[in-house]
Design a protein around this ligand. Structure first.
Ligand code: ARG
Length: 486
């Protein structure tokens, strides 16, 4: 194959890229700018340095570094970590990262590097000279970036789980306060049956509990070290990959070197877990928007959690809740983005994989802040118990109680349904609630009605009758609350 390669042979002096040996031309500025990723992956500097420190130890075992060399590399890497910290990594989004492609690197030791892996290595070689150049023996940026990203996912997953817990605690605290607050439960956004507000809030706790499980599952599968896979075929040096994996806190080393550098399932799984959690947040915040509308008026937000209008002095808008609702689409977009990056990629590493980071970081960052915002909103909601109670009774929400009553007296449920449907139609015509009918009026619809029906045609009666596992009966909700608190 060749001609082109041979034409390049003499070029090596021209490019000062770390990989410039076979290149005879300076990189085209647009292509150079387009392919570098430092502005995005700089935030992996801690993970990158942790990976390098562990890798240097493994190189001692492999006979590549002496213990003394490893010590010097280790100290230098720790210094670099504090230097980068001082340079406030990641850089603010107003600078390089905000324009696309980012402008050519400016001054500074780090800015000239292509990505975070080269930035760390460039700085190491500045500090240690040729010794710094030994660190990459038997390693590739392909296994390096894969290990960095898995370390990131493990940290990010733990932060996500914390944020999920924060929202769960907020919902549980509010549920505990509202064990006797009655509200209308809805289907089709139409008043359906009374439920306890605590029951409604605890429904979200169940969703978040599953979200936490999904995040944990993603973390369990991310807990595998790619390091030592080399570029694709496995390292050419006798690295103890399992010891290296354990040194970095991974449960095991990846079993196949091609898979180790090409796999991003763990990022997809975390984004999928984030996307599902965001759908839950979107539903919760959508309800906050409804509840705080004048039309519902079930709740109000404290001023500090709402925003005003630039034109209409009367407005108090639930903007934060609306934004969480919208950002669920953004995180789903991040998941789609990464799915499409991976689809059809031949094994093993492809530069396409560099695009995984923006989607993953954005999805995780967005989900964490939305969980925090949702918790703040839930803690701040000021519920109007009286209005919710009044709403719980209107809309013939006791109709199912009346039908169940007739069924218990022996009428087949389908017939009971029709009888009570006729009662509802009458009530609509005469502006009466079912609970307003006299016994005589009720008996015109069915002789099975007797005086005890009035025990059932109340909010408390309706709640109490939903006494099954998972139902809204107060005793069941107390049980559920105790269970989620434990
Ligand atoms: N910046 C790259 C990434 O994020 C690192 C690996 C580059 N490897 C390569 N052979 N060009 O995926």
């Amino acid at each position: 194959m060749g001609g082109a390669g041979e034409a390049d042979v003499e070029g090596g002096e021209l490019s000062d890229q770390p990989w410039g040996g076979r290149f005879g031309e300076e990189p085209d500025p647009l292509i150079d700018r387009f392919t570098r990723s430092l502005a995005v992956d700089s935030r992996l500097f801690r993970e990158d340095i942790a990976g390098s420190r562990a890798y240097a130890k493994a190189l001692v075992g492999a006979g590549v570094l002496t213990a003394d060399e490893q010590q010097r590399i280790d100290v230098a890497l720790q210094e670099i970590e504090s230097e980068f910290q001082l340079e406030s990594y990641p850089p603010p989004l107003t600078g390089e990262a905000a324009s696309y492609p980012p402008p050519l690197a400016g001054e500074g030791t780090v800015g000239a590097s292509e990505d975070i892996h080269m930035a760390v290595e460039d700085r190491l070689r500045q500090k240690l000279g040729p010794l710094g150049g030994k660190l990459h023996t038997g390693r590739s940026r392909n296994d390096q970036v894969a290990v960095d990203l898995r370390l990131y996912v493990k940290t990010a997953g733990a932060q996500l789980i914390d944020a999920v817990s924060g929202l769960e605690s907020a919902l549980i605290a509010r549920a505990e306060e509202h064990l006797d607050t009655v509200m209308p439960g809805y289907t089709h956004t139409q008043r359906a049956q009374p439920v306890l507000l605590a029951h409604h809030l605890l429904a979200y706790v169940e969703m978040l509990h599953r979200d936490r499980g999904r995040i944990q599952d993603a973390l369990n599968r991310a807990d595998v070290s790619p390091l030592g896979a080399g570029a694709l075929a496995g390292s050419g040096f006798p690295i103890d990959r399992t010891a290296l994996a354990h040194e970095l806190g991974f449960a095991a080393a990846a079993a196949n070197s091609l898979d180790a550098v090409a796999d991003r399932d763990f990022a997809l799984e975390l984004l999928a877990a984030c996307s599902i959690a965001m759908v839950h947040l979107s539903r919760l915040c959508g309800e906050i928007v409804l509840w705080t509308s004048v039309e519902f008026s079930f709740a109000a937000l404290p001023d500090a959690l709402a925003s005003g209008s630039s034109m209409m002095p009367n407005k108090k808008n639930p903007c934060a809740a609306e934004l969480v609702r919208a950002k669920s689409g953004r995180v789903a977009g991040d998941l789609m983005n990464l799915l499409m990056v991976l689809k059809g990629l031949p094994l093993a590493y492809n530069r396409d994989l560099q695009e995984d980071k923006e989607a993953l970081f954005d999805g995780v960052d967005t989900t964490i802040v939305c969980l925090q915002v949702a918790a703040r909103l839930v803690l701040g909601l000021q519920f109007d118990r009286d209005l919710m109670r009044t709403a719980a009774l209107s809309g013939y929400t006791l109709a199912t109680e009346a039908a169940d009553y007739l069924s218990r007296k022996g009428l087949p449920f389908r017939d009971a349904h029709r009888v009570v449907g006729q009662m509802v139609a009458r009530g609509i015509a005469t502006h009466q609630g079912l609970e307003d009918f006299s016994l005589e009026e009720l008996q015109q619809f069915s002789p099975l009605f007797s005086a005890d029906v009035f025990d059932y045609l109340t909010l408390e009666g309706a709640l109490k009758s939903r006494d099954v596992l998972g139902g809204t009966a107060p005793a069941r909700v107390k049980e559920a609350l105790a269970r989620v608190k434990a």
